[in-house]
Design a protein around this ligand. Structure first.
Ligand code: DC
Length: 645
C-alpha cells in the first residue's frame, strides 16, 4: 500500500478549476446512450467511475468516441441496448450500476452485473423490488438484496403505480426514472418511505428534461411519466464542475484563510452539493457566489463556529464538514446522514475512527455523528481511507492544522478526482516568491534556498527564454503576440536534473545567449504570453513547497505566497557582479557600459505596463549590495523561518 505524507500546512488560497461532476457525467452518458441521435458531451469527468460507465455502454453496443480534451461523442441507440448478452463489471460505481441495472432490465437481453467486493455489500434490493413489480426478470446471484445480478428478457407491464422505498439511496429512484421511458408506457412511482438526498433527484429530472422527457412530480411522494415519451439528443452538452469536489477547496479556504475560488460551479449549478457553501457560511466563513464560481475565506474572527445541521440534502459534501469540524470552536453535530453507512464504505464508522486518531472526541449514532475538536491535532497521524475517495480528500484538510498528515492509499481518489492532490497542493503548498531586478543574484539565491528547504524550484525567467527560443527556432515573429502566446501555451519544455529540455533537445546553454535574452525580454512584455504561462507557473506549486524566482512571482503569479522576498542590490553592485562574471568567462566587458545598460533596463522594467518590476507592499526587502551569496541565502532563510513554514 502506498501513502502520501502532506507537510504541515497553514494557509490556503488560489483558484481551482474543478473536474466535471460525477453525478452529471454518468447520467448524461446513459441518457445520451438511450436517446435518438448523437450527443457531444463536453468536460466529462475522467475518472474510474465514468470509465466504468463508458466501458459498460460500449459493451452493450453504444458507440462512444473520445473527441479529445474530455469531450465525448455518444451515438444513441434510440431505445434499448442493441447487444443482448453481456457481462458487465461495475467496479464500485454506484452511479453506474444502479441506472444500468434498470435500463438493462428493460432492454430485453441477458446481462450479468458484478463489481468489487464492497459493491457486493452495497444494497440494490429496493430497486430490484421496483423492477420486479413491473415484470422485469432480475435475479440475485450472490446475496439477496445485493449485486451481483443476472438480468433476463421479460415482458414488462405497467399496471398500477410502482411502489418504491427512498430511504436507503435516492439512486434507486433515479435509476427507475431514467429507464422507464424505454417501456413507452405511462408510469407512476410512489414513494413508500421518505425520500433522502432529494437534490440528486432534481439533477436527474433536470437532465431527463434536457433530453426531452418530462416527469410530473407531486412533492417528493409521487412521480408520473406520460406514455410515449422518448429521449432525443439535445446536441451538445456541457458537464458542470463537481460540486462535491468543490467542498474540499472551499473548506480549505475557510480553514486556511483563503480566498479560495472554485471555478465550474456557482449560483446556476443544478447540483445540490453547492449548498455545502451555505453550511460553511453557517460556520462563519465568508462565501461569495458567482454564476460560475464560489469563493470562500476564513471568518473575520479567524475561528470557525460549531454547528448543528441536518445534512440529508448534501450527504457527500457533508463528509467535508466532519473534517472541518476539527477547526470549529466547539462540538459539531452532523445529522440525518444514515446513507453514509451504505456508501463506498461505512462512512460514519470510518469517519469516527479517523477523526479520533487526530485527537477529536467523536460520538456516532445510526444516522448522526458529533465531533468535538481537540485544541491541537495529533501530528503524524496515518489516515486510513477504506478505498473511499472522499475519505482521502476530506482528510487532506487536517494538514491545515499545521501538522504532517499521512494519507494511506491516496490513489483511491481516482474514483472521481485523479488529480486531487495536485489541485490541493496548488492552493496549499507553501510558496516562497523571490522577485527582484536583473542581475540581483535572485536565481542563485532562490535555487540554494530551495535546496536547503527540500522544495521545488521555479526559474520563471527560463520559461520566457524557452518561449523566445522556440519562437526563433520555428520562425514565429517575436512581436506576433498571438503566435508567441500559442507557443508558450503548449511549450514542450521539461526540466530534468538541472538540464532544460525543449522538445527533448538540451537547451540549457542555448537559452542563455544574448539573442535569446533579448528575445525573452521582448516576449515577456506581451500580455497574452504572460497569461499563457500563468497556469503553467502555478502548476509548479507542489508539496512540500516551492521557491519561485522571477520579477512578478509575488505580485502576479503567487500573490498570496507564504513568504515574499524582494532581492535587490545597487545598480553599481549588480554591474560589478556582471562584470566579474563576464571577465571570469574570458569575455570582453566594460564596467561603464554595463552600469548604464542595467540602469536603463531597471527604468524600462519599472515603467512597462505589463508586470512592471516593483516591490510588493508585503514583501521583505533583502539588499545584497554588501552581501555575498551565503549571506543573501541566510537572510532569505531568516525571513522564511519567521513564517513558521
Ligand atoms: O530572469 P531571466 O533573465 O532569466 O528572465 C528572462 C526574461 O524574462 C527577462 O527579460 C525578464 C523576463 N521575466 C519576466 O518578465 N517575468 C518573470 N517572472 C521572469 C522573467
Amino acid at each position: 500500500m502506498t501513502s502520501l505524507t502532506l507537510p504541515p500546512l497553514r494557509v490556503a488560497s488560489g483558484n481551482v478549476r474543478l473536474p466535471g461532476s460525477k453525478s452529471i457525467s454518468n447520467r448524461m452518458l446513459l441518457l445520451a446512450a438511450l436517446a435518438e441521435g448523437t450527443t457531444e458531451i463536453r468536460d466529462l469527468l475522467d475518472s474510474d467511475d465514468t470509465r466504468v460507465m463508458l466501458a459498460a455502454l460500449r459493451k452493450v453496443g453504444v458507440g462512444v468516441t473520445a473527441l479529445g480534451g474530455n469531450a465525448w461523442r455518444v451515438d444513441g441507440c434510440g431505445g434499448a441496448f442493441p447487444v443482448k448478452d453481456a457481462d458487465l463489471f461495475m467496479g464500485n460505481a454506484g452511479t453506474a450500476i444502479r441506472p444500468l441495472t434498470a435500463a438493462l432490465a428493460l432492454s430485453g437481453g441477458h446481462y450479468r452485473l458484478s463489481g468489487v467486493p464492497r459493491m457486493h455489500e452495497r444494497p440494490i434490493g429496493d430497486l430490484v423490488d421496483g423492477l420486479l413489480q413491473i415484470g422485469a426478470d432480475v435475479r440475485y446471484t450472490g446475496n439477496p438484496g445485493f449485486p451481483p445480478l443476472a438480468i433476463h428478457p421479460a415482458t414488462v407491464k405497467l399496471a398500477g403505480p410502482i411502489r418504491l422505498r427512498g430511504d436507503v439511496s435516492s439512486q434507486f429512484l433515479t435509476a427507475l426514472l431514467m429507464a422507464l421511458p424505454l417501456t413507452g408506457q405511462a408510469a407512476v412511482i410512489e414513494m413508500t418511505t421518505e425520500l433522502i438526498s432529494r437534490p440528486y433527484i432534481e439533477i436527474t429530472l433536470n437532465l431527463m428534461a434536457r433530453f426531452g422527457v418530462t416527469v410530473e412530480r407531486e412533492g417528493w411522494q409521487r412521480f408520473t411519466l406520460a406514455a410515449g415519451q422518448r429521449y432525443r439528443s439535445p446536441g451538445v452538452l456541457h458537464v458542470e464542475g463537481d460540486a462535491s469536489a468543490a467542498s474540499y477547496f472551499l473548506a480549505a479556504g475557510a480553514i486556511g484563510g483563503g480566498p479560495v475560488r472554485v471555478e465550474g460551479v456557482g449560483r446556476d449549478s443544478i447540483q445540490g452539493d453547492v449548498r455545502f457553501a451555505e453550511a460553511l457560511a453557517a460556520m462563519g466563513a465568508s462565501v461569495e457566489w458567482g454564476a460560475q464560481h464560489i469563493e470562500a475565506r476564513a471568518p473575520e474572527s479567524g475561528r470557525l463556529k460549531a454547528f448543528d445541521l441536518d445534512l440529508n440534502h448534501i450527504p457527500d459534501a457533508a463528509m467535508t464538514l466532519a473534517v472541518a469540524a476539527l477547526f470549529a470552536d466547539g462540538r459539531c453535530f452532523l445529522r440525518n446522514i444514515a446513507s453514509w453507512r451504505v456508501k463506498e464504505t461505512d462512512r460514519i464508522a470510518a469517519m469516527a475512527t479517523e477523526l479520533r486518531k487526530l485527537g477529536a472526541t467523536v460520538e456516532e449514532g445510526a444516522d448522526y455523528i458529533a465531533v468535538s475538536p481537540a485544541s491541537t491535532l495529533v501530528p503524524d497521524t496515518a489516515i486510513d481511507t477504506y478505498d473511499d475517495h472522499r475519505m482521502a480528500m476530506c482528510f487532506s484538510l487536517a494538514a491545515l492544522g499545521g501538522v504532517p498528515v499521512t494519507i494511506n492509499d491516496p490513489h483511491c481518489v481516482n474514483k472521481t478526482f485523479p488529480d486531487y492532490f495536485d489541485a490541493f497542493a496548488e492552493i496549499t503548498a507553501p510558496v516562497i516568491a523571490i522577485d527582484g531586478p536583473s542581475a540581483s543574484g535572485k536565481g542563485t539565491v532562490a535555487e540554494r534556498v530551495a535546496a536547503a528547504l527540500g522544495y521545488h524550484y521555479l526559474d520563471s525567467g527560463s520559461l520566457y527564454r524557452l518561449t523566445a527560443l522556440a519562437a526563433l527556432r520555428t520562425g514565429v515573429a517575436l512581436d506576433g503576440e498571438a503566435g508567441v502566446a500559442a507557443l508558450a501555451a503548449g511549450l514542450p519544455a521539461s526540466f530534468e536534473g538541472g538540464r532544460i529540455l525543449l522538445a527533448g533537445d538540451d537547451v540549457t546553454d542555448a537559452i542563455r545567449t544574448e539573442e535569446v535574452s533579448a528575445g525573452a525580454s521582448k516576449v515577456a512584455a506581451l500580455p497574452a504570453v504572460r497569461a499563457a504561462l500563468l497556469a503553467r507557473q502555478r502548476a509548479y506549486r507542489r508539496f512540500p513547497g516551492l521557491v519561485a524566482d522571477g520579477r512578478d512571482m509575488g505580485s502576479v503569479v503567487f500573490p498570496a505566497a507564504t513568504a515574499k522576498v524582494f532581492l535587490t542590490a545597487s545598480a553599481a553592485a549588480r554591474a560589478e557582479r556582471r562584470y566579474k562574471q563576464l571577465i571570469g568567462k574570458g569575455m570582453p566587458a566594460n564596467m561603464h557600459a554595463l552600469l548604464q545598460d542595467l540602469q536603463e533596463r531597471d527604468a524600462r522594467d519599472a515603467q512597462r505596463s505589463v508586470a512592471p518590476l516593483r516591490q510588493c507592499d508585503d514583501a521583505d526587502l533583502v539588499d545584497t549590495t554588501e552581501m555575498n551569496i551565503e549571506a543573501a541565502v541566510a537572510a532569505v532563510m531568516t525571513i522564511v523561518a519567521r513564517q513558521r513554514l
